[in-house]
Write a new protein. Structure first.
Length: 209
């Protein structure tokens, strides 16, 4: 069934043709086309980056691979529990648990004295089949990303987190509104029609009072 769905999915075919590592690249490309999140010279953190398609998009958009010498060079940092094959222009922390204090300390070390413009998360827990439990787990992941973003973001920075819709969504949105001036759910067309996934976008980080 999964193989049949993959074979019919136009985004899977396009990803192969466009040399993206997986179809999720189009989710970020679509969100960025609408919301203009990624710009040359930015510092961007990509949480849950395997197999690397979002990081590929980030590298291209922020010019962290110095492909255009006329534009400022950005910095892309990707983190994942799985091994991620190297991506030119990206700093990758493979086999690292983003939620651990050790990994977050390593990210801070990579940042040095710099602050991030954008924190992205396409992380999701392994599905258990229990929707309520899975929703709770992804809320915990989102909460971890948002807490970390308050440490690393520049004032006016942004965060984008994957979420599965459920009863705790509004609680998370309300918590984000205390930190960001603008918070909204976004669902790109590249998300599968039968998927409960959305992304929460928080913009204009207020900074820590």
């Amino acid at each position: 069934m999964w193989l049949e769905r993959q074979s019919r999915d136009p985004y899977v075919k396009r990803a192969r043709e466009d040399d993206w590592r997986c179809r999720s690249a189009y989710k970020l490309l679509e969100i960025d086309a609408k919301h203009k999140l990624l710009k040359p010279g930015q510092l961007v953190i990509d949480c849950g980056c395997a197999p690397g398609s979002w990081t590929q998009v980030i590298v291209q958009k922020i010019n962290s691979n110095s492909c255009d010498m006329k534009l400022p060079k950005g910095t892309a940092i990707g983190i994942d529990l799985q091994y991620v094959n190297p991506i030119r222009g990206a700093i990758l922390l493979s086999k690292c648990d983003f939620t651990s204090a050790k990994t977050q300390a390593e990210i801070l070390q990579k940042l040095g004295n710099k602050k991030a413009d954008l924190v992205l998360s396409d992380m999701a827990p392994a599905c258990s089949g229990d929707r309520s439990m899975d929703h709770h787990k992804i809320i915990e992941l989102c909460s971890s990303v948002i807490r970390f973003s308050t440490v690393v973001l520049k004032n006016d920075g942004a965060v984008l987190c994957k979420l599965w819709m459920g009863g705790q969504q509004k609680i998370l949105e309300d918590a984000m509104r205390k930190l960001f001036l603008n918070v909204k759910p976004v669902k790109p067309n590249a998300s599968r029609d039968d998927s409960a996934e959305i992304y929460l976008l928080g913009r204009n980080f207020k900074g820590m009072i």
